[in-house]
Design a protein around this ligand. Structure first.
Ligand code: ADP
Ligand code: MG
Length: 264
C-alpha cells in the first residue's frame, strides 16, 4: 500500500481544522492504518489525540520539526491506539522556516521525511496552521503515488470566505511546482449554526463560485463535538452524538478520493 494524503487547511483560525483532522483520523483508523501529522505549532491535534497539553516539555525534540530537519519521520512516530499513529508538534515548529533555510532544505522536505514510512499507512492526515507559511506549503507539496488531497475548511464567516481563493491559489502553486496530482477534495462547511440565516447565502455563494467543491455533508455546531478534546474517544458516552456529522463526511471524502485516484 501507499498512503493517500489528506491535508486540512485554510488561512483563518477557528474553522475546525484541528477538530476535523483529529476526528477524521480517528474514524479512518477504525478500518485502516492512519498516520496523523500535526503541522501547527499550537499542537492542538497533538493534544487532541494524546490528551497531553504540556507539549513543549513532553515532546521536546520529538516532533515533526526534527523529522523534517533530519529527513526521516521514523523516530518521531508515536502510537495513539490500534491503527492510529501521530507525529506530534510543539511551539518550536515556529523555527521551521529559519532552520530549513540554514539547512538549505526545499519544499519537498516533508515528502523526504515521510518517504521511509509512506507505504506503512493507508492514510496520512495532516493538520495545518491558519497561515500560508512553510507549515502549510510543505504538506501541499508532499506527493504520494496514491494521491494527495486538500480539504478546505470553511466556517461560513466573511473572513474565511475571503481566505478561500488565497488558499486555492496556494494549492495551485504547489500542484504546478511539486505535486502534480494534488487535488482539492472539497470545501467543508463546519461550525454551522442552524439558526444563523446568513449561512444559507454563504452556502449558495460557495456553490456558485466553486461548483462541485462543497461537500454535501455540513458539520453543524455541537457541544458534544466541542467537548471531545476533554472527554476523548474512549469510554465517552456521547461519542456517537459528537461524531454524527463526521461519519457521513468521511464516507463522502473516501468516495471523492477514490474518484480522483491517479491513473497508473
Ligand atoms: N462541530 C463543532 N461543534 C462545536 N464546536 C466545534 C466544532 N468543531 C470545532 N469546534 C470548536 O471550535 C473551536 C475551533 O476549532 P479548531 O478545530 O481548533 O479550529 P482550527 O484548527 O481551524 O483553528 C474549538 O474550540 C473547537 O473545539
Ligand atoms: Mg488548529
Amino acid at each position: 500500500m501507499t498512503a493517500t494524503i489528506i491535508t486540512f487547511g485554510i488561512s483563518k483560525g477557528g474553522c475546525s481544522k484541528s477538530t476535523s483532522s483529529g476526528i477524521t483520523s480517528y474514524l479512518l483508523s477504525q478500518e485502516e492504518k492512519v498516520l496523523a501529522i500535526d503541522m501547527d505549532g499550537q499542537g492542538n491535534l497533538t493534544s487532541f489525540l494524546t490528551g497531553e497539553y504540556d507539549i513543549c516539555n513532553v515532546f521536546e525534540e520529538k516532533t515533526v520539526l526534527e523529522a523534517i530537519l533530519e529527513g526521516d519521520a521514523r523516530p518521531y512516530i508515536i502510537r495513539i491506539q490500534d491503527n492510529l499513529d501521530l507525529i506530534p508538534s510543539n511551539d518550536f515548529l515556529a523555527t521551521l522556516p529559519r532552520q530549513m533555510y540554514s539547512k538549505r532544505l526545499k519544499l519537498d522536505a516533508l515528502q523526504k521525511a515521510l518517504a521511509p514510512i509512506i507505504e506503512d499507512y493507508d492514510w496520512i492526515i495532516i493538520d495545518t496552521p491558519p497561515s500560508l507559511s512553510e507549515q502549510t506549503i510543505l504538506p501541499l507539496s508532499t506527493y504520494s503515488e496514491a494521491g494527495s488531497h486538500v480539504v478546505i475548511m470553511f466556517d461560513g464567516s466573511m473572513f474565511a470566505y475571503y481566505a478561500i481563493p488565497k488558499f486555492i491559489e496556494m494549492v495551485e502553486g504547489a500542484r504546478d511546482r511539486y505535486n502534480a496530482n494534488l487535488n482539492t477534495a472539497g470545501i467543508l462547511f463546519s461550525l454551522i449554526d442552524a439558526r444563523a440565516k446568513e449561512n444559507e447565502a454563504m452556502l449558495e455563494s460557495i456553490e456558485e463560485e466553486y461548483p462541485h467543491l462543497k461537500f454535501n455533508t455540513v458539520i453543524k455546531r455541537k457541544a458534544s463535538t466541542r467537548r471531545l478534546p476533554i472527554a476523548g474517544f474512549n469510554g465517552n458516552p456521547e461519542l456517537k452524538n459528537a461524531l454524527e456529522y463526521y461519519i457521513p463526511f468521511v464516507e463522502e471524502l473516501k468516495k471523492r478520493v477514490q474518484q480522483k485516484q491517479p491513473q497508473r
